[in-house]
Ligand binder design. Sequence first.
Ligand code: ATP
Ligand code: MG
Length: 577
Amino acid sequence: MNPSPHNQDERTIVTEPNPTEPASKNFIQIEIEKDFASKPQLAGRTVATRFPPEPNGYLHIGHAKSICLNFGLARTYGGTCNLRFDDTNPSKENDEYVQSIMNDVRWLGFEWSNLHYASDYFAQLYEWAVQLVRDGKAFVCDLTFDEMRAYRGTLTEPGKNSPSRDRSVAENLELLERMKKGEFADGTRTLRAKIDMSAPNINLRDPVIYRIMHAHHHRTGDDWCIYPMYDWAHGQSDSIENITHSICTLEFENHRPLYDWFCQNLGIYHPRQMEFARMNLTYTVMSKRKLLQLVNEKHVEGWDDPRMPTISGLRRRGYTPESLHLFCDRIGVARFNSTIDVIVLENSIRDHLNSVASRYMAVLDPIKVVLTNYPDTTEYLDAVNNPEDESAGVRQLPFSKELYIERDDFMETPPSKFFRLKPGGEVRLRYAYIIRCDEVVKDVDGNIVQLNCTYDADTKSGSPNATERKVKGTIHWVSAPQAAKVKVRLYDRLFVNEHPEDAPEGKTFLDNINPNSIKVIDAMVEPALANLEIGTRVQFERNGYYCVDTKDSKPNAPVFNRIVTLKDTWAKISAKS
Ligand code: ATP
Ligand code: MG
């Protein structure tokens, strides 16, 4: 393939592509509208796109971009979008992948107009191959793949014609038939288009149409032992399905002349191929081959490991379909390759969950507080479920004389700007009272095990007196007797390097795996958190957004995945007030 002039831009990291602007029309929409206004073959039609994954792995966030684009265009223009499995390479494909892809597309909120498999077109593709041979435009070639490479030439040198190029039509037809019947071993012959071995675009140098592969196909079984190459299958499948715009990523730009050549030389309906930039993301890898390697070599727990950039991994982590749509809108549709800063993805889920997730109290690294002047009773305090959504209502939060607070909300010898709890200092407990730390209790090794405090009964949040006395810090807490102990998985980036593929000589992307990408802790949380339905997404106040894991949670024993931390605004706000 010729090198694409765009690839050199891949290293540019895009941090804030389009955070607030309403999405304007992208270049693909502009071209599509022009085509419908000017091309007679589109008269009376609406846009018809397709999403064409190869079922050789699970979908990743890059595919989400392509899904939102293709299905989104159909939605915008009242057109259609097909889901087509590009299943032309039986050795790597299977039905598990097919099922997961359908599941992911639906989870993103899309339904295909028609479901197709490129393998459904194998008979038609073969007939067209026979047609090309009859027209003297294809030939059976005896070169091995290695020999073919030697004959192909380079970017600066033309290739050489294959010794088989001048076979008669009759001989080609017979050999093709025998290839199909299985008379030849894998790799011994190919069917090639007869185009031009000196074409500047190497894709036009007599490209292979069929290869021999005695492999079992997940749908056609052993019916075929020759399989079409991507270029032979793709455009013709688009043509059969009457696709108007075949949208693919930039690496296929150099294949477009071949796409066009096949449609033109077969005399069939000719869709327009258009290319956009592949989406790359910092701190992760996106090629299915590498993701498969992470899974197979057990660097992660599976395709849906919450650290994976797969749609199933992001879903399990707690990402919402809305957040992925928001992300895709924000990054827009680019013409040049670049890498998106993963922060843009993280901000998308923050922005969505900020408006919909209920807030709860959870203490991840607890230290006990005893209110020495509080009675031996439990009182129930009103807590707002979501300040961004009044309809989410309030809940009752138990409060008692024994509490947990976050270990790092207390400092024995703090710096001057520390506005949380310190010896002799005061802090507000969210939704509750102002407390003062009177005594620090330590074990024999000098570790702090308990803080003895007093509370001021006149300072209850919401009461008339509450506003009279100001303290600078507000912290979260849970009541110890009612607290539930739950597992929390703190996830970090899977790779330590912005571009994990950048590895020194002799190393690979695997050497850039972050050894601390997961930390599992026990947290003390308010009782309501113990009984959430699996998949529920919540905010732990002052900390981050979490999701009840769909696989590892048990009734009354949830496991929480950290989706993303909160931006650190809370600390600043409480410092200011
Ligand atoms: P990979 O190289 O990761 O295996 P692929 O391109 O081989 O990906 P396909 O299953 O062939 O994966 O992709 C289906 C569709 O999704 C194609 O149209 C492809 O262009 C698009 N796509 C794949 N990866 C990305 C990406 N990173 N950004 C945008 N679109 C993508
Ligand atoms: Mg592919």
